[in-house]
Design a protein. Structure first.
Length: 182
């Protein structure tokens, strides 16, 4: 099964992201836009993983965050894209001046260290926290999007399964662990 570890968006964050996504759509001629229920920040991409590893991965997540005593917020503000051939991927990234970014980086490091210690394979690319808004975006004239600040509460870390069901990409939480919330 195809797995990843993420922080999922709450309704308010999702609505704000969809507003930005709509601005990109309105200036596009074509694109594959992230479905609202699939908007998330990926902490670690695991890829194809044996089902028998789920309990180990779940324990790694729990151990990685059990000492964080409260939820925190990230601020997303940088709407950007990168080109791949003649198409673009659009995303929004974390404002690097946010003090809680170091906590997010610590949590990710704790998770990846735990996975490594348990010999669980994962994609170890450099971590650049972002939320993908759309892929394979095409347009006739340059898309102009102003940066907007979006507050993103971090309250729960989730182990997610990714699968295509009747041609639609669906993400399902198979394990979640809440940060202690005051």
């Amino acid at each position: 099964m195809r797995l990843f570890i993420s922080i999922n968006c709450n309704t308010e964050t999702r609505d704000n992201l969809l507003s930005i996504q709509e601005k990109i759509k309105s200036q596009s001629t074509k694109g594959n836009f992230t479905r609202p229920e699939n908007l998330h920040l990926t902490l670690v991409f695991l890829g194809e993983t044996k089902e028998e590893n789920i309990p180990v991965i779940s324990t790694v997540i729990k151990n990685a965050i059990q000492y964080y005593d409260k939820s925190f917020y990230l601020i997303f503000s940088k709407v950007r894209n990168f080109k791949h051939f003649n198409k673009e991927l659009w995303w929004i990234g974390v404002d690097s001046s946010v003090p809680f970014l170091s906590i997010l980086n610590d949590i990710r490091r704790n998770i990846t260290n735990g996975l490594s210690n348990k010999n669980i394979v994962f994609d170890n690319k450099q971590f650049k926290p972002h939320i993908t808004l759309g892929r394979e975006i095409k347009h006739d004239i340059p898309i102009v999007i102003r940066d907007e600040k979006i507050s993103f509460p971090v309250k729960r870390i989730s182990l997610m399964k990714s699968e295509r069901i009747e041609g639609i990409l669906k993400y399902t939480e198979i394990f979640g662990y809440d940060l202690f919330i005051e």
